[in-house]
Design a protein around this ligand. Structure first.
Ligand code: 5AD
Ligand code: FES
Length: 345
């Protein structure tokens, strides 16, 4: 087992057999070796810094109907909201005061946020916060749209690939969504010059060691600057509401493997991981993660951006999350820093 970990670290690659062995391992000592090698790899690039990104949940309107998602179009009992430019700027102002130097504008695919509307929001943030990175996570748009938003001042884009296996992708999404279009978007974002984040849920229905192997190989070849992974958590009112949640242990192992294969990647310890285990995010950091993304959204809308059930921090003020995370992260020997947290080449 330890020789497998050493071989992944040395080759920055993994075989399907090695992945299967690591996922099935029951030897605690070997699993801890995986985590400690990943932590050491992360610290060799980024030291003990953990970067924070302020998440601003722009809109929970969505034209898509992904089978796993709590804000899918068909979920009619969701109270829908949209943030105005003024509300977004207010979130940024609070966040900047708390030490955030990256703002992540995330939302469903909501046609209300046309290029003109988004360019105005992005350009306003850019002009007021020249020391901050602007990350967008607005789903699939045209190349022209991505280019306009980049020109307005956006630096990064998060678009999880969800699964690198086309058949698996088709089983998680309605027929009108296409794997090829998702891949087209990721490629174009990269060509335009964004720092790009892809990612997937761990334990999504139909996921197998083989599809995970496809994910790891896709990430290795695509070389994203960021990779977001967290456990699948069933959302009530969705077709997957009775499916089992993804495992925290598997998520931690995959975080560590991704770190060993991609030493420089920015890797969040996700809110979903924190939702599934009381020390999930801390354990993520100890397995090689180096980013946290606390919520900066207005408190009265947080509960409505419920991609899955029992989401963490939906009742807390941004300041409470900042203090709570600071304390939690110190227990790992790492520390939250006031920094944009750019990818280190
Ligand atoms: N459980 C965990 N993660 C989810 N996401 C959407 N629905 C769920 C769920 N039920 C993730 C998707 C999406 C990201 C914004 O949130 O991977 O890309
Ligand atoms: Fe939100 Fe702990 S991170 S309260």
């Amino acid at each position: 087992m330890k020789n497998i970990v050493d071989s992944i670290a040395a080759s920055r690659d993994i075989t399907l057999d090695q992945l299967k062995t690591l996922l099935a391992a029951t030897d605690d000592e070997a699993v801890n070796y995986l985590f400690s090698r990943a932590l050491e790899t992360c610290r060799s690039v980024y030291g003990n810094a953990v970067f924070m990104r302020g998440l601003i949940e722009l809109s929970n309107h969505c034209k898509n109907d992904c089978l796993y998602c709590g804000i899918r179009r068909s979920h009619t009992s969701v109270t829908r909201y949209r943030l105005t430019k003024e509300q977004v700027l207010e979130c940024c102002s609070t966040g900047h005061g708390l030490g955030f130097r990256t703002f992540v504008l995330q939302g469903g695919e909501d046609g209300w946020y046309t290029d003109a509307v988004m360019v105005d929001i992005v350009a306003s943030i850019r002009s007021q916060y020249s020391d901050c990175a602007i990350t967008l996570s607005l789903g699939e748009r045209s190349r022209e749209s991505y280019q306009r938003l980049f020109d307005a001042g956006a630096n990064r884009y998060l678009l999880r690939h969800e699964t690198a296996n086309a058949a698996h992708y088709a089983s998680l999404h309605p027929a009108e969504m296409s794997f090829d279009n998702r891949m087209r978007c990721l490629q174009e974002l990269k060509e335009i010059g964004y720092q790009v984040g892809c990612g997937f849920m761990v334990g999504s229905p139909g996921q197998t060691p083989e599809t995970l192997f496809d994910d790891l190989q896709f990430i290795r070849c695509f070389e994203p600057q960021m990779v977001g992974i967290g456990p699948f958590i069933p959302a009530s009112g969705t077709p997957f509401e009775n499916e089992p949640a993804g495992s925290v242990e598997t998520t931690l192992r995959l975080l560590a493997i991704i770190r060993l294969m991609n030493p420089r990647v920015l890797l969040p310890a996700t809110t979903a991981l924190g939702t599934m285990h009381p020390r999930g995010r801390e354990r993520g950091i100890l397995a090689g993660a180096n980013v946290v993304m606390p919520n900066l959204s207005p408190k009265d809308h947080r509960k409505d951006y419920a991609l899955y059930d029992n989401k963490l921090c939906t009742g807390d003020e941004a300041a409470e999350c900042r203090v709570c995370l600071d304390r939690r992260i110190r227990t790992t020997g790492s520390q939250l820093v006031v920094d944009r947290g750019d990818y280190r080449k």
